[in-house]
Design a protein around this ligand. Structure first.
Ligand code: C2E
Ligand code: SIN
Ligand code: SIN
Ligand code: FE
Ligand code: FE
Length: 379
């Protein structure tokens, strides 16, 4: 028997970080791939609902002309319109602050009209305004009724929905302005990469530089613009698996013990596992790069110990780009190296750590690579 008629409601369990990332990956990829406002709003609402385990989630937008707030998606409800400034969602949009209450009926900012019409009982509510690129508030996320045992939203939910809101504010605007959605997708992926990097105190700039270097090297190898561009967009995710590595290891100022390094190595497999279930080609490419960027040409790398051309060309390219940038940057565990010292390491590792052809393409592109390095420097 599956019916739970008169039994207690079926509560949900809080999400693991892996589940959370998967939701973000899946939805942001879908959102970035969609150009229609109404379907983007539905995807956003679904993402919000899944991220915070809400029963319903609505994305409200400001209608400047009519001085109203409207939503085309409230789970189980059609379009709703309310005067600008009314309800909790209006209060949140006016103040620019999130609101987060445990029982809507005990708060008189809540407008019970829609419940009266639909027979729904709104209890816990969390509302988060979101902004466009110019910092203007253009709408709000509103999550209704928490499906875990506590039946209320937590600080953590606020964080997750804020994260969703920070992406979606931007993707929404670009849809609304009929902009190239491609830019949003790129930004989302970079942001995801930056989340991984920021955990290890490396800057988001590292991610962007590695991405540009990989692109230049790919072109230097004679790849088409399209192939090179695919790598440029996928490589920011190469270290995403570091999100699962403990801070004590990531931020250790000294050398890692053998045991710690073993754990560190798992960032390749973790990144691969996070990304490989996607149906999007771009994320599948990112999965390969995350998996293979620490393989070495002579077979002495990890995690699989692949050798030579068994390593995907994108992995071989990202290896060069990543090490070039890691050596040239200060890390908690080491100072930045001078260019000469880096180049002599590349010479030494040509045919050992690195594919000789990739090193040659890298050297041929060095002037352009150094331009990127100056433009995207950490300070
Ligand atoms: P990462 O800091 O991004 O470094 C990426 C790769 O650049 C390293 O992969 C390595 O191939 C190269 N690399 C970085 N610094 C040096 C260096 O001083 N000398 C040489 N010869 N190569 C260097 P690797 O070794 O597989 O390390 C993967 C990640 O593990 C590193 O990413 C970093 O997050 C962490 N890690 C490695 N060694 C240490 C350490 O001693 N202390 C700490 N806290 N983290 C470390
Ligand atoms: C909302 O107030 O955001 C919609 C409420 C509902 O889904 O019933
Ligand atoms: C409404 O559906 O009327 C808005 C709900 C609220 O924010 O109180
Ligand atoms: Fe790595
Ligand atoms: Fe890296």
């Amino acid at each position: 028997m599956h019916g739970n008629g008169d039994k207690a409601p079926l509560y949900k369990e809080n999400l693991t970080p892996e589940q959370l990332l998967k939701i973000i990956f899946d939805y942001t990829a879908k959102i970035a791939n969609d150009q229609r406002l109404d379907s983007v709003l539905i995807l956003m609402a679904n993402m919000g609902r899944e991220l915070v385990l809400a029963d319903r989630c609505a994305v409200w937008l400001v209608d400047q002309l009519r001085e109203e707030l409207f939503t085309v998606v409230a789970h189980g409800v059609g379009e709703l319109r309310i005067p600008y400034g009314s309800g909790l969602v209006g209060a949140s949009i006016c103040s620019g602050e999130p609101i987060f209450i445990d029982d809507a009926y005990k708060d008189d900012r809540h407008n019970r009209d829609s419940d009266a019409k639909t027979g729904y009982r709104t209890k816990a509510i969390m509302t988060i305004p979101f902004r466009n690129n110019d910092g203007e508030i253009i709408g709000a996320y509103q999550a209704i009724n928490k499906l875990t045992k506590e039946e209320r939203f937590s600080e953590r939910d606020l964080e997750y929905l804020s994260l969703a809101a920070s992406y979606t504010g931007k993707s929404l605007e670009s849809v609304m302005l009929h902009e190239e959605i491609f830019a949003t997708q790129k930004e989302i992926i970079e942001t995801m990469g930056e989340i991984g990097e920021s955990r290890s105190k490396e800057t988001g700039k590292h991610v962007r530089r590695v991405s540009q270097y990989s692109y230049l090297i790919a072109l230097g190898l004679g790849m088409t613009e399209q192939e090179a561009d695919r790598l440029r967009r996928a490589s920011p995710m190469h270290d995403i698996g570091k999100v699962a590595i403990p801070d004590a290891i990531l931020q250790k100022s000294g050398k890692l013990t053998e045991e710690e390094f073993e754990l560190m190595k798992s960032h390749t497999v973790i990144g691969y596992e996070l990304l490989r279930h996607s149906r999007r080609e771009l994320l599948l490419t990112a999965a390969i790069v995350a998996h293979q960027h620490h393989e070495k040409w002579d077979g002495s790398g990890y995690p699989q110990g692949l050798r030579g051309e068994d390593i995907h060309i994108y992995g071989r390219i990202t290896a060069v780009a990543d090490v070039f940038d890691a050596l040239g940057s200060a890390r908690v565990y080491k100072p930045a190296w001078e260019l000469e010292r880096i180049l002599s390491l590349f010479e030494q590792e040509r045919g050992r750590h690195f594919d000789p052809r990739v090193v040659d393409a890298f050297l041929a592109q060095l002037p352009l690579i150094l331009e990127v390095r100056d433009r995207e420097s950490d300070v």
